[in-house]
Design a protein around this ligand. Structure first.
Ligand code: FAD
Length: 307
């Protein structure tokens, strides 16, 4: 089926959703990398999001979920099939000591909403640039906190289009991992169980974390944050630093001189440049320290066609 046919079918099933074909994705990722998406779908309702998943399943059409694009390297050949983006589903509400956020909301906004509601527990997320859905998928965390500490449950869609409510325990959350992908789930909404706190105390923690982040991270360049997971008992950044890899550059991608765990796009890098730097870092750290660095960042899409 060609892209225009898929678009036409989706238009009849999801009349209120925004649809685009053959759109470059580099503008929609924090690394500024990535080829075109065949068909992009932006549902405006939870039901449309569910129906889009069901359509992809029934048509046997590949489906990729993209959040804010802050933890993905989209390859230069782009993404075949449907790319579903929940950026329009971004409401955040409070119910007593719970914050309920739709998956397309920024986790930073959920953190600030909690602070303004005098609820404590999401302070750690105040500088994580992803969506609520992406944060659940990654069990995102920083400065000693992570999603698993405060997530109560999620509303999700199974790969065949059924709505399910799952407890945090059912998502098998561990360090930068959940079972969202292996179970083919689309997260629609997350409920966080928080605690009553003082606005000024919550704000003080968030201000402190923001200052730490701004001092240590190369936020002036496009990147995907920390590229590698922390190996047990070690720090990826320290291993990379001790391998004298900072400043190593291939094409437009460079191991950050400011924070060794980051690879920055300093000059129109391609995804291929980025992946070449990643492989070079993995090989060098293995040779020097016999440690396998596992990627935290997700690599999605197709490599470029060979000339
Ligand atoms: P994307 O990058 O768009 O997607 C990541 C994965 O999540 C993909 O596999 C995607 O399919 C899946 N996904 C996204 N939404 C959904 C959904 N609704 N349902 C199912 N699957 C979904 N991470 C940390 O943990 N801690 C940090 O401190 C941190 N700092 C960062 C700093 C910078 C400057 C940058 C650029 C990134 C940082 N990150 C950090 C990484 C990133 O922000 C997190 O991993 C974030 O949770 C990813 O969310 P996203 O919406 O951008 O997901």
């Amino acid at each position: 089926m060609n892209n225009q046919n898929v678009l036409n079918e989706l238009r009849s099933i999801l009349p209120s959703a925004e649809l685009k074909i053959n759109e470059p994705l580099n503008a929609h990722t924090y690394t500024r990398l990535g080829g075109c998406a065949d068909v992009r779908v932006f549902p405006n309702t939870l039901e449309d999001a569910r129906a889009a998943v069901e359509y992809a399943y029934q048509s046997n059409y590949p489906l990729t979920i993209l959040g804010k694009g802050s933890n993905v390297i989209i390859q230069d050949g782009g993404i075949r099939g449907i790319v579903l983006n929940l950026s329009s589903l971004k409401s955040i509400q409070k119910d007593e000591e719970k914050v309920i956020a739709q998956a397309g909301a920024r986790i930073i906004d959920a953190s600030e909403f909690a602070r303004d509601s005098k609820l404590s527990g999401l302070e750690f997320a105040c500088g994580i640039p992803g969506s609520v859905g992406g944060a659940v998928y990654m069990n995102a965390g920083a400065y000693g906190g992570e999603i698993a500490d405060c997530l109560e449950s999620v509303l999700a869609v199974t790969k065949d289009g059924k709505l399910v409510k799952l407890t945090a325990d059912e998502l098998d959350l561990s360090y930068r991992h959940s079972n969202v992908e292996e179970n083919g789930l689309l997260v629609l909404e997350a409920t966080f169980q928080l605690e009553v706190g003082e606005y000024k105390d919550i704000k003080a923690i968030m201000d402190d974390l923001t200052e730490k982040r701004e001092t240590k991270q190369p936020l002036e360049y496009p990147s995907c944050g920390s590229v590698f997971k922390r190996p047990p008992g070690l720090f990826a950044g320290k291993l990379i630093q001790d391998s004298q890899l900072q400043g190593t550059r291939i094409g437009g991608a460079e191991v950050s001189k400011k924070h060794a765990g980051f690879i920055v796009n300093i000059d129109n890098a391609t995804a291929t440049d980025y992946l070449d730097v990643i492989h070079h870092v993995q090989r060098t750290v293995k040779e020097k320290f016999d440690v396998d660095l596992e990627r935290e960042v997700r690599v999605i899409g197709e490599p470029p066609e060979k000339p």
